[in-house]
Design a protein around this ligand. Structure first.
Ligand code: B16
Ligand code: MG
Length: 213
């Protein structure tokens, strides 16, 4: 029986993909590293430093750890400029309604995000007090597909993994949920993932009742 729902943030509650894409593109252009929307797709749910390593696969030279740390910080500064413009209007279709319906049914709800900018994003979209627990990139050392962030969310909710459903837009996130012993609902880019326990185009298209029955 599902008692808790753990939502990924980027791509599930709010679409920050374009902000990530534009910030990485700006940094890559400055460094003369080829970057594209296709590469950006591979960064979904992946931590900032692991994302940089994927981007650097196409670089002409290798970079020192100091250079990499500086590049990641520069990208993040560009990203923060962009997410500073997010408002509650950027919450994805169906998200608020789903949160409300889950609350009414007495379910516990949490965020499980790789992003270290989670607190800032939640404030920007007015959802800083909407969750019973928030597990994010600031509290973990291993990125999805490792289940660490979701296992932390289950502990913060006081539930067992088997009692929790994870909502994810990234294949890496679906794998993380399954590896942690949770069920996974794939939405957006993960809506066609055959490994997901359930699938829906987005939260607006989700038949919550059939999943929770
Ligand atoms: P930051 P999620 C992930 O968030 C994004 O999907 C991914 O593209 C990003 O690299 C990662 O957060 C780290 O973000 O640079 O803000 O710490 O999908 O797990 O909510
Ligand atoms: Mg995501």
């Amino acid at each position: 029986m599902v008692q808790g729902i753990i939502f990924d943030l980027d791509g599930v509650i709010v679409s920050t993909d374009d902000c990530h894409y534009r910030a990485w593109q700006r940094m890559a252009d400055e460094e003369g590293i080829p970057f594209s929307r296709g590469v950006n797709e591979r960064l979904r749910g992946v931590s900032r430093m692991d994302s940089l390593d994927i981007i650097l696969e196409r670089a002409k030279r290798s970079y020192t750890q100091e250079e990499k740390t500086a590049m990641a910080a520069r990208k993040n500064a560009y990203y923060i400029e962009l997410i500073g413009k997010l408002t509650p209007a950027d919450i994805l279709p169906g998200a608020l309604d789903a949160l409300e319906r889950l609350r009414r049914r007495g379910l516990r709800i949490a965020i499980g995000s790789s992003s270290r900018n989670t607190p800032l994003i939640l404030r920007q979209i007015g959802l800083e007090n909407a969750f019973d627990a928030v597990a994010d990139g600031n509290q973990i050392t291993r990125s999805k597909p490792d289940p660490e962030v979701f296992l932390l969310a289950t502990r913060l909710l006081g539930l067992a993994p088997a009692e929790c459903l994870v909502v994810e837009d990234a294949d890496a996130g679906v794998e993380a949920a399954l590896a942690g012993g949770m069920k996974a609902l794939g939405v957006g880019s993960a809506a066609a993932n055959p490994r997901a326990t359930y699938r829906a185009r987005d939260l607006a298209a989700l038949d919550l009742e059939s999943i929770l029955k």
